[in-house]
Ligand binder design. Structure first.
Ligand code: NDP
Ligand SMILES: O=C(O)C1=N[C@H](C(=O)O)C[C@H](O)C1
Length: 252
């Protein structure tokens, strides 16, 4: 049984992780962290995030699962280093300094970060790698849609898709278009929509030669991300310090 601490316990994903874990017998959420949050979420005690280092030890957590904002992830990383607890990071929107600090953390504890914990998205990334060599001259465009509460744009997943595309094709992103904006053959348009409670939609199109190839993923519920993050928590519990990604869990 993997004992999990959840950072951002009162948030959309934090609550979903706690709810999803309650139906599993390989994980138990023993404590949550948040700021100015409730004292508990679904029976799990919630402690102020500033006390995370002590609470990780007190509740004997094996792994911390984080769905917050980059600054909160980085302060949890300090607590995890102090407590010797591994991390599963789902938060998106890090800058270069943030990535470097996560790398530093991974020198002390195992750290697995994924911009998307849906297994279908992992398959989508592989499909992109596989498909692009067959359509070398086609125009590429990338679209994502999310709920109206999402802070970062484009989504972390869209950035990962873009990186995957750029491993195959030398294209420069253009973030939205307006006015006189003819398409350059080496560009990829990237578009972010925010509306309602859309859980997460991503699509790459490749168009040319009288056809359009569409590679897409649609998340129906946040529980898909929670399930993947908990699979990652179980997997990382017994790993050595280092940086890991969701592929390590899927390909185990
Ligand atoms: N990798 C993946 O598969 C997925 C990643 N995500 C990512 O997860 C992140 C969170 O998303 P979501 O749950 O929708 O966001 P929410 O805003 O609903 O939840 C974030 C929670 O973190 C809390 N928080 C803020 N600061 C701190 C802090 N210093 N310490 C602890 N908790 C803090 C927030 O509190 P308050 O509201 O009071 O600020 C809130 O309760 C985003 O970056 C999103 O992109 C989301 C889904 C899937
Ligand atoms: O904020 C969200 O909700 C999501 N964020 C992740 C991202 O930025 O890619 C993953 C998923 O699409 C949901």
């Amino acid at each position: 049984m993997t004992r999990v601490a959840v950072n951002g316990a009162a948030g959309r994903m934090g609550q979903t992780v706690i709810e999803t874990a309650a139906d599993r017998d390989d994980v138990e959420v023993v404590v949550g962290f948040d700021v100015e949050g409730p004292d508990e979420v679904q029976g799990v005690p919630v402690v102020d995030a500033s006390e995370a280092a002590d609470a990780l030890a007190e509740y004997d957590a094996d792994v911390a699962v984080d769905f917050t904002v980059p600054a909160a992830t980085l302060s949890l990383a300090e607590a995890c280093r102090e407590a010797g607890v591994g991390m599963v990071v789902g938060t998106t929107g890090f800058d270069e300094d943030g990535f470097a600090r996560l790398d530093e953390t991974a020198e002390t504890v195992p750290l697995l970060k994924a911009t998307n914990f849906a297994r279908g998205v992992h398959a989508l990334l592989r499909a992109i790698e596989e498909a692009l060599p067959a359509v070398p001259d086609y125009d590429l465009e990338l679209m994502e849609s999310h709920h109206n509460g999402k802070i970062d744009a484009p989504s972390g997943t869209a950035k990962t898709m873009l990186e995957t595309v750029q491993e195959e094709r030398d294209v420069d992103p253009v973030y939205g278009r307006e006015g006189h904006a003819p398409r350059d053959e080496d560009e990829i348009g990237v578009f972010a929509r925010r509306a309602g409670d859309i859980r997460g939609e991503h699509e790459l199109i490749a168009a040319g030669n009288d056809e359009v190839l569409s590679l897409s993923h649609h998340a129906e519920d946040r529980s898909v991300f929670a399930a993947g993050a908990l699979d990652a928590a179980v997997w990382i519990e017994n790993q050595e310090p280092g940086r890991y990604d969701f592929g390590n869990v899927i390909d185990q």
